[in-house]
Each structure stands twice: as structure tokens, then as C-alpha cells.
Design a protein around this ligand. Sequence first.
Ligand code: PHE
Length: 341
Amino acid sequence: MPSLQEQIQVLEQEINAFSPTDAAGLEQYRIRFLGTKGLVKQLATEMKNVPPEGRKEAGMLLNGFKNLAEARYEEFAATLSAGAANTNAIDISLPGTPLAAGTRHPLRMVENQMVGIFEKIGFSVATGPEIEDDWHNFTSLNMPEHHTARDMQDTFYVAQNPDWVLRTHTSSVQARILETTPLPVRVICPGRVYRNETISARAHCFFHQCEGLYVDKGVSFADLKQTLYYFVTEMFGPDTKVRFRPSYFPFTEPSAEMDISCTVCGGSGCNLCKHSGWVEILGCGMVHPNMLRNFGIDPEVYTGFAFGMGVERITQIKFQVNDLRLYSQNDVRFLRQFQGL
Ligand code: PHE
């Protein structure tokens, strides 16, 4: 019987001569040399027949054999898989497929800018739930049941509970703030609101608002005007003019709507301002005494102002987007245009 050394020599020659052409050949190699009944294991069991004085040398030989068999296996496997890649013909010199990177949504950009402007003059951000109860969306805002002003907003009601609505304005957040926050309060409330409108270029069943509320001792209509004037010049530039027209909201008295001089034509008349030179941007007014009383605030001591505007509207004026539906279609050709602005 050949010695262990001789057997290993022969097997090493076999290994060195081996060159698998496919995965099946490689598997045969693995079974023959490295499998549980393979030659490495078999030779190891023969160690017990080696006389004690030769064991150290035999052990080293066997180890060398095992290392060779394993190393060659790894090499063969690597060669085969490189070959497989070649046959799939991936041309690594071709440019890769670009991954579409997202950009900030124009509404979010404008909302961030609004919030930034008001934060500079001490407003903090408040948010609230989009499913709202009747008290916070209507009743506490001086719109009790059957108040005609409820019809100004086409409300979505939640079927499971007649007391719940999808909030029709973020004035509901003002109510929550007055309910929970000690005076004085100065907050800006951005968020999504819902109204049951047929979707068209000029109306959508959901949109975004940003409302503001300031309640303290001695807050006047002059403060309201100055705050909004500051906002407009920051948002649209220092040359922008404002005008206030009397209006009606149940939760403010007196109430007004504010227009700005048209940012497109500068007042000479264009499509955006419908040739009037002015575009309406928000509703505002002094917080109605009834609303203050609803939250246990004495209107003889405290006064406040509130305002609310549509984020879509401001974005439309800033970027001249003429179809509201574009904001929610997520067409990258639309969204990409705002990159880097
Ligand atoms: N909540 C009003 C609306 O949605 C806007 C508004 C807010 C008006 C605050 C006055 C004061 O139309």
C-alpha cells in the first residue's frame, strides 16, 4: 500500500490538472475532494494507522493537501462565475440607467417659506388632526348648528360618526390652540384640508392652508395689517402693494380679504389678475369675541387676529401654475421644474 505521502502526491497532481468547464464538473470535484465522504476526510481517518513518530509530519502533509483542495475549489468557482457573467454579455463600459431622484414638492417649498417668514417674527408652528369633530371645525368657531356659514364650505362627513368631519379649514387648529395653550399665543397652522368640490383646474377636494393666530392683550387691526404686509413683502418682494376689502367670516369681526398687486404684470393687467391688477390671497380679521368666550377668554381683556390662506394659491401666484390638479398628479415633468428653486 502506498504511503500517505505518496497518495497525497498523486492526488495533488490530479487537483492541479483539473479544470472544470461547468458547475456540474465543479460539484463533482467538491464531492470527490471536499465532501463528507471525500478524500480529505478519508485520508484523515487513515491518520490512526500512521505510527506515532510519523504523525506530526503526516498531519502537516494532510493539512497542506486540504488547504490546496479548498483553495483550488474557490479559484474554480470564481473562474466559472466570471465566465457566466461574460456569456450574459453585460457591457460594463455602457453608462448605467439613471435612478430618478426625488425633488421637493412645490407646495412644500412654499409652505416651508411661509413658515420660515412667520417664525422670524415669533410665530411657532401648530398642527392638528385632519379628521376633526364638529366643535373644533365649526361650533367653537362661532358657527353653531344650522349657522348658514356652514354652507360656505362643502363638508365631507365621516360616515361612522355624524360628529366627525374632514376638516374644512385649519382654523380648527386655532380652536385647539386656544383650548390648550396659555395666553399669549402666536401660532401658524399649516396643513391639508378637505372640501366636497368637483375636481377641476380651479377646485380640488383637498388642498392646503396656512392659518395664523395671535391673541394677547392689546392686539389691534393695525398689528394684523403690519404682520400681513411684512409677510407679503418677504414672500413676493418689497415692491408688492396690499389692499384690504371688507368681508365676512363667522369667527372674525371685522373681517377682510387681502389682495396683493399682481406679481406678474405689476398692476397693468394680465390673466392672473383678470386684468384688475390685484390678486386675492387671504382672509383675515379680528378674532370674534364669541370665539374667545368659547374658550373661556375674556374679550374685554384679550384681543387677537387671525388669517388664513391657501398654499396652492400662493404657489400659483409665485410659480404661475394654472391648474390645481398638477399638484397632486405627481408627474415628474411638472415636479422637476421646481428643482433648485
Ligand atoms: N378659515 C377661513 C377659510 O378657510 C380663512 C380664514 C382664517 C379667515 C382666519 C379669517 C381668519 O376660508
